[in-house]
Design a protein around this ligand. Sequence first.
Ligand code: LMR
Length: 397
Amino acid sequence: MFESVAPRPNDPIMVVMEKCKADTRPEKIDLGVGVYKDSSGITTILKSVKLAEEMWNREETTKTYVGTVGNQDFCKDMLELMLGADSQALKEGRIGAAQTAGGSGALRLGAELLKVAAPNATVWASTPTWANHIPLISDAGMRMGSYPYYNRETLGVDFEDMLTYLDGHAKRGDIILLHGCCHNPTGADLSPEQWDRLAPFMEERGLFPFIDLAYFGLGRGMKEDTYGLRKVVQTCPEVLLAASCSKNFALYRERTGLIAAITQSSEKAKVLKSQFGAIQRKLISMPPDHGAALVTRILRDESLRKIWVEELAEMRERVLGLRQLLSEALNVQGGEAMAAAIKNQNGMFSTLPLSPEHTERLRDEHAVYLMPSGRINIAGANASNIPRLAEAILAVH
Ligand code: LMR
């Protein structure tokens, strides 16, 4: 039966993660997989999560099924957090949502809904984009294309090229996949002014926004990180939103996320929610509950929420501090462009102008792990190893 089955390579992020885990050099620096780490290199469980877990353990009375659309209180609270409690779409009940198995589960459910709603449309993704976007979405049967986004020379967004390309290639009804903030893998985000132009651009051309919001709160602040999403929701008649609690609640393995379809009427929202439920049923039946129960508990309990807001700010400020330090350390002859980009970019990632050969040398000669594309997760560094990291980057560059 299995004789003809050949091994399959894992995606590059998982490959780097496994290689780094196996490396026994004590000085190794892990800038690979996108998880937040504290200054001792540990991905701790948040205090707010621990406290919520203690309460939940005392109070939870059943493990019976929640349902195919998962915890709807969680969806409501998360939508309020991202869109603002005064969101018209929320107030008018124009959002159909389902809890999902992490942000990846959300993207997959979104793609499956697109397959039902617009099977012949193309989903356009930025160049580059997260390593799992294309496999996840194309595996649902959607055709995919790429639009220009990151310029590896200027280390910034080629916004005019992006608009010109989409104008010439994307057809009415096509889907534009956008990173709401903290672009993965580049850290190069659209500015508020660019979102202000992109939203009406999509609306006028009948392009459908699909926003992936996996890192909100870890860029410049909760409001700043949701600016683009809010602008698009105010401007475009229909939007898909995939969100994750992996990073901002540090719930990684608990697989906690949601998919939301923002539409024009509460009746249509109910239809779309029923679609999410039916699709999820056939894929995994129901999402795992634990992480969503904790997030709901945190967001509804004033003191837990306060602790979480502070913890999130601490993570964000640590990342910003590391950006500043790495930028200063790289700001020598030959490193100026990298230094400027690292300082201006958002979230945990930056893509440096390094080739796969450079990244191999960084691994073999300096015990520095990063993606072959040049992506680094800045949260994997710390104040004491940044000078060595900067030296290593400059040495191979
Ligand atoms: C990453 O980009 O490294 C993270 O989103 C983790 C993952 O699942 O790829």
